[in-house]
Design a protein around this ligand. Structure first.
Ligand code: HMG
Ligand code: MG
Length: 313
């Protein structure tokens, strides 16, 4: 692909909704995914096959991915935390076989761990080492079934439980995920404390040295708690990264990261890239409308600054 094309992973239907307190009907999630696809978002994270005891909001993901519109050439990854989640997904895929005219429900999963034991414990009830041991067979089995596997490392800047994170640990965990067979690892500033200086330092550690990880295998995932996420995206692009995770309307939050707010808004990133050397998928104006619609539907403030400003014009 073009060297200055920015791949956007639209995580609104997953990260964006997982932390919402009131139950969101599957029809609303399906409607959101369909609108995002039609607006040109070609990678949409559609949900999670996690324990409904841990994250009740994602319980309907099987129904969502069975009924959403799947556009040709678009990808719809889902989060999977363990073999149980993968088996549920594979069972569903077997019930909905793909054909030359019907794309598979999804061809991609995302596995996730973190750079501190404390966060990994809070999020998935195990240590980092245990989580890597748990995810290895998940990744192998998914690859054996022809699925692509993306990896996530959370708390790459700050941990809500232990504070400043050791960037060397971020590198070590990201490398373990790539070695396992993940095609890309998304680096998550879960808490959203990062700024261009700390994000640059973190990326210099992860990408630096003889054993540095290549930017083509990394993505940036910035929560916007301190209002620095757009600046952090620009920093990551400056350092050669070409994939970022964003959420329409700035939706999002992790149930195990108290106080953190949503992901960087897709609309804000698109606006920031306008007129630059970078191209991106999707239509800004269509995304602004979706951001306003879903915020209204969830009874939430629209967290996209660009979205609100464009609508106020
Ligand atoms: P556990 O309690 O240790 O696991 O949780 P367990 O095996 O003892 O299972 C507990 C119960 O859940 C059992 O049910 C299992 O059957 C069931 P029971 O026997 O009590 O009736 N169960 C499942 N059900 C459906 N699907 C499954 C599944 N697994 C077990 N896959 C576990 C361990 C990993 C399952 C749990 O901690 C979990 O699901 N955690 C997920 C947490 C999560 O989704 N967090 C948000 C996503 S990560 C994120 O937001 C960060 C990111 O955005 C990047 C960033 O911002 O940094 C990606
Ligand atoms: Mg997140």
């Amino acid at each position: 692909s073009k060297p200055n094309h920015v791949n956007i992973v639209e995580v609104g239907p997953r990260d964006g909704l997982q932390n919402e307190k009131s139950v969101i009907p599957p029809e609303v999630k399906i409607d959101l995914i369909n609108r995002l696809g039609r607006a040109g978002m070609d990678i949409v994270e559609a949900g999670s096959f996690v324990s409904p005891k841990w994250v009740p909001q994602m319980a309907g993901t099987a129904e969502v991915i069975s009924h959403m519109e799947r556009l040709p050439g678009h990808r719809y990854p889902v989060l999977v935390p363990n073999l149980k989640g993968l088996e549920l997904l594979l069972g569903l895929l077997a019930k909905h076989p793909s054909s030359s005219t019907t794309p598979p429900l999804t061809d991609e999963i995302a596995v996730f761990t973190a750079a501190t034991d404390a966060f990994t414990k809070a999020n998935t009830n195990c240590t980092i080492a245990e989580s890597l041991a748990r995810l290895e067979p998940v990744t192998r089995k998914a690859l054996d079934h022809g699925l692509r596997v993306r990896g996530y490392v959370s708390v790459v800047i700050t941990c809500p439980y232990t504070g400043k994170v050791d960037y060397k640990k971020v590198k070590e965990v990201a490398r373990a995920l790539l070695d396992m067979g993940c095609y890309e690892v998304s680096l998550g500033d879960t808490v959203g404390t990062g700024n261009p200086t700390s994000v640059r330092e973190m990326l210099e550690t992860v990408m630096g040295g003889a054993d540095g990880l290549p930017p083509a295998k990394l993505a940036g995932h910035f929560h916007d708690t301190f209002g620095t996420a757009v600046a952090n995206v620009m920093t990551a692009l400056d350092m050669g990264i070409r994939t970022v995770d964003t959420a329409v309307g700035g939706l999002g939050g992790c149930p195990y990261s108290p106080g953190a707010t949503g992901n960087v808004a897709t609309e804000d990133v698109m606006y920031a890239l306008q007129g630059s050397k970078y191209s991106y998928p999707g239509d800004l104006r269509a995304m602004v409308d979706i951001g306003a619609w879903i915020s209204d539907r969830l009874n939430r403030q629209n967290a996209s600054r660009a979205g609100k400003a464009i609508l106020a014009k």
